[in-house]
Design a protein. Structure first.
Lengths: 212, 404
């Protein structure tokens, strides 16, 4: 039997997922001592963990080369298309928000506004729903700079504690959507390997509801 | 200006040798299954008017269609789907034909996918449509045709059954806007439990809300029917569930238990399928390789109301699976090459004809010298060369050693 392959988003989500898998009884020592390897067996070999960047987790799952994936809702909103979203894992919590210079009324006036963001799809959907005509500029990192330097009126970005915003004299204007880590499944895998996937999901779900 | 004359557009490719053979093989196998059951072949234009694919019950997202304009400025699309053109044909040219009408097709559909996702924009499909027939007999015929076609191509697959009426019956009783219903349908479709729950939590609690909450989890075998029965008691969905159960039990006589699954949260998006729906999954393909179902409302749009059902099978995906499962489509080299010495060209042609009529694979040499043809035969694994200079003179390449 082929192992069930689960793609994890490298970094913090990976650590939280490994902790969750250990809590529900899988031996994850191979992942803890991974070195530079990217594909690792866990438990007694019935599951294989693949480590990838967030957006790639979705790509691997969509194409069915990984059966399951753990990825943030932010990545799903920005890149997602066709897969099953099975479980809110409860960790990696933060939110998308519109933010800008403190004290500025972003929604005032008739002038078309400019938004800088790393998440153009999320930003576009949000303002389309509000029927606001916005010019979007894609920024790759430290989006907070854009309103400070006068490139944009505001940003759409992930906000966790808000301390980066505060230190730079910015504030949240509006919350867009809450974010947390999700367990996703390939459409065909869920049908072809229903029993294995359901067992794993049940264990995870029981543990999550117990700790909530 | 950069000219793109040496590459194919993203999402398309050239199919060489065994890739082409494998696709032909899928077409041959399925065609013989369809024909043996009395289905007739149709081919529809590659280019059609946009309006046909923008009907209310069929809407294919416009950004997914390849568009162009004709010389009157009318909007055209490159065929994005085969069922709609067939519905059009039946409503127009075949309107006086006695029912039922059994048709099959074998042609590409074109849909634009986001860039760099590795998805195909041209997909070869084959499928059937059974028009003017309703009920269990018709539905079983369609799905069994699909199963028989798949059985001849791949050893192992899963068939999934569902019914669009189940969600519809629950949604009807739901007290909320159509927009919310649409997002509920969307989260059921993607089995997005957490999103579904957060939408349902905003609605006044009721049995219907609880039933919808359970819907996406209701997939599997026999047990699903028992779990679902109380949820649909007294709703319009009760008869749909009973019908699904009837189909399931009829098919379970054909297929081993766990190869047949039901998914009551199977709600197709933007689709003409209105009742019984099904799809097929194969190991090695991340998406369904076949989708089908009943679309009784679609022909209304062409002013020819009639019940209809059918399916489309992704021939590209199945050909890929055939190839990766090790089935060999490699072509044998020719058995013999006939080479004409100067002046004996017509003799060589008739010698070629003699060999092919005798059942050999025979190439005609286009070289001017004997040395060239022998080198060519060696390089391409052809075992014999026949020289024509009056009398045919045959040489065994393998026994020649290093003479040349």
């Amino acid at each position: 039997m082929k192992p069930l392959r689960i793609a994890l988003t490298k970094g913090r989500l990976e650590k939280d997922t490994v902790a969750l898998l250990e809590q529900i009884g899988y031996d994850c020592s191979a992942v803890r001592n991974k070195g530079r390897r990217l594909i690792l067996p866990i438990g007694s070999g019935e599951i294989e963990v693949v480590l990838a960047k967030a957006a790639d987790v979705i790509t691997y799952v969509e194409h069915g080369v990984c059966d399951l994936g753990v990825v943030g809702k932010d990545t799903i909103l920005e890149n997602g298309t066709s897969f099953y979203e099975l479980l809110d894992l409860g960790f990696g919590k933060c939110r998308f928000a519109v933010a800008g210079k403190a004290g500025y009324d972003f929604y005032d006036g008739y002038k078309a506004k400019t938004i800088a963001t790393k998440y153009p799809n999320v930003a576009r959907t949000h303002f389309e729903n509000k029927a606001m005509d916005i010019r979007f500029i894609k920024i790759e990192g430290s989006v907070e700079l854009a309103p400070l330097l006068g490139l944009a009126d505001a940003i759409v970005d992930i906000v966790e504690t808000g301390s980066t915003l505060k230190e730079n004299g910015l504030e949240v204007y509006e919350e867009v959507v809450p974010i947390s880590a999700r367990l996703i499944a390939n459409n065909a895998s869920l049908k072809l390997r229903k029993k294995e996937i359901e067992e794993l999901v049940d264990k995870m779900e029981k543990y999550i509801t117990r700790t909530e | 200006m950069k000219a793109y004359y040496k590459i194919t557009p993203e999402g398309t490719k050239d199919y060489l040798f065994e890739e082409a053979s494998a696709i032909n093989e899928v077409a041959c196998i399925t065609t013989s299954v369809y024909r043996s059951k009395g289905y007739h072949e149709v081919k529809t234009p590659g280019l059609e008017f946009f309006d046909e694919f923008n009907l209310k019950s069929s809407a294919i997202a416009q950004e997914r269609m390849f568009k162009l304009t004709d010389n009157k400025g009318r909007l055209m699309v490159i065929r994005p789907d085969s069922t709609l053109p067939i519905a059009r044909v039946v409503a127009t040219r075949l309107q006086n034909k006695p029912m039922p009408i059994r048709l099959f097709y074998n042609q590409s559909v074109f849909r634009s996918n986001p860039s760099l996702t590795g998805r195909k924009n041209e997909v070869r499909q084959t499928g059937i449509e059974l028009l003017g027939a309703v009920g269990k007999r018709a539905d079983l015929e369609v799905i069994i045709t699909a199963i028989e076609a798949l059985q001849k191509i791949v050893p192992d697959f899963r068939i999934e059954l569902g019914h669009a009426g189940l969600f519809r019956s629950l949604a009807k009783k739901l007290d909320c806007s159509d927009e919310i219903k649409e997002s509920i349908r969307d989260s059921i479709q993607s089995k997005n439990y957490s999103q579904l729950n957060s939408i349902l939590d905003t609605l006044p609690q009721s049995d219907t809300v609880e039933a919808i909450r359970k819907l996406p989890r209701l997939f599997g075998g026999e047990e699903v029917l028992t779990q679902a029965a109380p949820l649909f008691e007294g709703t319009e969905g009760e008869s749909d569930l009973a019908y699904l159960s009837e189909i399931y039990h009829a098919l379970s006589k054909l297929m081993m238990g766990d190869k047949l699954i039901m998914d009551l949260g199977f709600v197709q998006r933007n689709d003409y399928y209105s009742d019984f729906i099904f799809s097929a999954y194969v190991e090695g393909s991340g998406d369904a390789v076949l989708t089908g179902g009943r679309y009784d409302k679609l022909l209304d749009e062409f002013d020819a109301p009639m019940p209809a059902a059918g399916f489309a099978l992704n021939a590209d995906a199945l050909a890929d699976i055939m190839l990766s499962s090790g089935k060999s489509f490699e072509e044998k080299p020719a058995d013999i090459i006939v080479h004409a010495d100067e002046g004996f060209e017509m003799d060589a042609i008739s010698q070629c004809r003699f060999y092919t009529l005798s059942g050999f694979k025979c190439e005609n040499s286009v070289f001017t010298s004997r040395d060239e043809v022998i080198r060519y035969a060696k390089e391409n694994g052809v075992k014999q060369v026949c020289f024509m200079s009056g009398k045919p003179e045959t040489i065994d390449i393998e026994n020649m050693g290093e003479q040349i």
